[in-house]
Design a protein around this ligand. Sequence first.
Ligand SMILES: [Zn+2]
Length: 204
Amino acid sequence: MRKLTCHCEQVFNVDLPETVNVDESPDVIARIADGSFLSCVCPACNSVLQTDVRTRIEWPSKSRTIELIPEVDRLSYLSGAIKVDGVTDVVIGYPELSDRIAALQAGLEPAAMEALKYHLSVKAKESSADANVEIVFEKITDSGNLEFHVHGLRKGEVAVTSVPRRVYDAIVAELTGGESPELYETIKNGPYVSVKNILIEGNE
Ligand SMILES: [Zn+2]
């Protein structure tokens, strides 16, 4: 049982799993994508709460074990106050979880995806310096390109951008080529591989 506090201040216990196995419960993939994973209903005000409580997601067929750390614990994790052992991936906050699952499901390499997001963020900053963009992998298109959604360029708008597959393949080649560019090393912080490990110019 997990103890949650609703925005209405009701404190209640909810039966959310601490560990899930994607191979045994394949519906987890769709539930993570549509946002219903880790959500529950407050018994006092009936609000649907979308949580990011700490959860381990095991995916043996992909050789991955992913630990979700709540966004509120980001600094505690980065400062070493929260320890995570025996995982391949750490993700912080629900958007990073859903993006990682989508990438792995599509057979894509997480570090290369985060590097791509970095390049897209830099481009977004060029067109709108004070934008606080969030880039989300959407899908592989019919022509094999990678489609991303860019949130935050303009208020309330989502920009759709398509990256040619060869650009992704080139980053994978750089990552596995022995002499990995420093940028890509910065993206990796132990099991926490994220574009958020890099401060992007113009980002406060
Ligand atoms: Zn409530």
